[in-house]
Design a protein around this ligand. Structure first.
Ligand code: SF4
Length: 475
């Protein structure tokens, strides 16, 4: 059974962090209500909205079959008709298979700013349109159609636990606490800022079905947090974690950023030690991104010195911080499973794994991205324009792209190698009808990749320069 992830974008924050290059805005709380109403409407009317916007369903995932082979040999993109013909080994007959929504991810922005009632409304819209107690959709001609629309099968399907996933007892516990409609999705993540966590709110999140909280911790140094324009301080992190644990959240993720202004080897070591002492189940470590999209990035690029740009660590220091994180987290029992992500056994992010595995997901809200296995599309980023469009019965599509065979192959390599388990070269060569030796061997000879039978992965000591490896690989 194919699994479907749902992403909900909440593009609102309390302030704008200096390093932030996301499309988020600081708005009055009154703006939340129409936005949530628009998201709920987009979810409920999704099938019609995307169809009217030009997205097509059921054209067949490129991972499958001859189409990809032909693409690779021919080196050209396949049109929709061609896709239908080739995947249509079914010859026009709809091949129906179930496609269950098993993960929901509220990202942002700061989704924890929403009132719990608003989060519940969105979850309710997802449940309603995808079946009361779980969900399934219909797969058509090797692709998939979302669980929206008249042909949707509303039977209840309880998501099955993945091997190695968190124990079912946790889901049962949540279900018992929160009533029949809860815990129907395997993983429901809420991104939160530590200062937004309150006891009542946390308890209500659990009742709503949220079972994973991803904290934008970024640092345990108040000096670094202040310089970065963060609202929270170290004490907020220590206050928030017990509140979440008490409420019943058994899956907490912390984000850290290597490269914040004023960060030193010593302060980074302290941040890692304090993070580990709080025992989150999951950790993400990101390197500071320097681009024009953030105020700090602009200051660095123009050499203005604003936003403490002069106190940003060097690239070499950031690479060293990354290696320190690898060593400390590994020693503390975290498994490094993706370039930027570590997890205790069974706690790898089920939702984010879909992105790296090229599994389908639907995104709702301003700027949200979707992937059907065949096409990628994105809503417009401007929240006000998004709300206006949805209110007038239209999806403000900003991008719509049919993934070509070559693009799909590049994605397999690029996204696959982000995972430390690496890629199965034999599978990819079979599915895409290509030989990868010419692309991979020079990188292996240069010590950037390691090969073990059919499995190729990034060399461990090159993880901190993975971008350079990917640039070489895509040449
Ligand atoms: S909280 Fe996150 S999304 Fe909001 S401004 Fe800061 S970095 Fe950007």
């Amino acid at each position: 059974m194919k699994r479907l992830g749902i992403y909900v974008q909440v593009p609102f924050c309390q302030t704008k962090c200096t390093y932030c290059n996301f499309h988020t805005g600081v708005v009055a709380k009154e703006r939340f209500r129409p936005y949530v109403a628009a998201v709920c409407r987009e979810i409920r009317e999704h099938r019609e909205l995307v169809r009217a916007a030009g997205v097509t369903w059921g054209t067949g995932p490129l991972q499958e079959s001859r189409e990809v082979n032909e693409c690779s040999h021919g080196g050209t993109a396949r049109g929709e008709g061609a896709a239908s013909r080739s995947s249509g080994q079914a010859s026009g007959e709809n091949k129906e298979t179930e496609c269950a929504v098993d993960t929901v991810y509220f990202g942002g922005g700061t989704p924890s700013l929403l009132e719990t009632r608003q989060l519940e409304d969105i979850l309710e819209a997802i449940r309603e349109t995808s079946g009361t107690n779980g969900s399934r959709s219909v797969e058509v001609e090797g692709g998939f159609a979302p669980p929206w629309g008249p042909e949707s099968n509303r039977d209840s399907v309880r998501p099955r636990r993945e091997e190695g996933g968190p124990p079912d007892s946790h889901h049962n516990e949540l279900a018992n606490r929160s009533g029949e409609n809860q815990a129907v999705f395997q993983e429901v993540t809420l991104e939160a800022d530590p200062e937004t966590v309150e006891e009542e709110k946390a308890a209500a999140w659990v009742r709503a079905g949220i079972n994973r909280v991803s904290f934008g911790v970024q640092s345990f140094s108040d000096k670094e947090l202040k310089a970065a324009g963060r609202m929270h301080r170290r004490t907020d992190i220590y206050r928030a974690v017990p509140i979440l644990r008490e409420a019943g959240i058994r899956n907490i993720s912390f984000d850290l950023i290597a490269g914040l202004p004023h960060q030193t080897k010593d302060s980074w070591k302290q941040s890692l030690a304090q993070l580990i002492s709080l025992e989150p189940e999951h950790v993400s470590v990101y390197l500071l991104e320097v681009d024009e999209g953030s105020r700090l990035g602009q200051a660095l690029l123009t050499g203005s010195g604003q936003y403490s740009a002069g106190a940003v660590p060097s690239e070499d220091e950031m690479a060293e911080f990354y290696e320190m994180a690898r060593a400390a987290l590994g020693a503390a029992g975290y498994r490094h499973y993706e370039i930027s992500n570590w997890a205790k056994p069974g706690f790898a992010s089920k939702h984010n794994l879909k992105y790296w595995r090229r599994e389908p997901y639907l995104g709702f809200g301003a700027g949200a991205h979707s992937f059907s296995g065949r096409q990628r599309w994105a809503n417009a980023h401007d929240a006000a324009a998004y709300v206006r469009a949805i209110e007038s019965g239209r999806l403000p599509l900003e991008q719509l792209e049919t993934v070509t065979g070559e693009q799909a192959l590049d994605e397999e390599l690029f996204l696959g190698l982000r995972q430390l388990d690496g890629i199965d070269v034999g599978r990819i060569e079979r599915e895409y009808g290509v030989t990868l030796g010419g692309r991979l061997e020079p990188l292996a000879a240069a010590g950037l990749l390691e090969r073990e039978g059919d499995v190729v992965r990034l060399a461990e000591e090159k993880l901190s320069v993975s971008n350079e490896v990917f640039v070489e690989l895509m040449k």
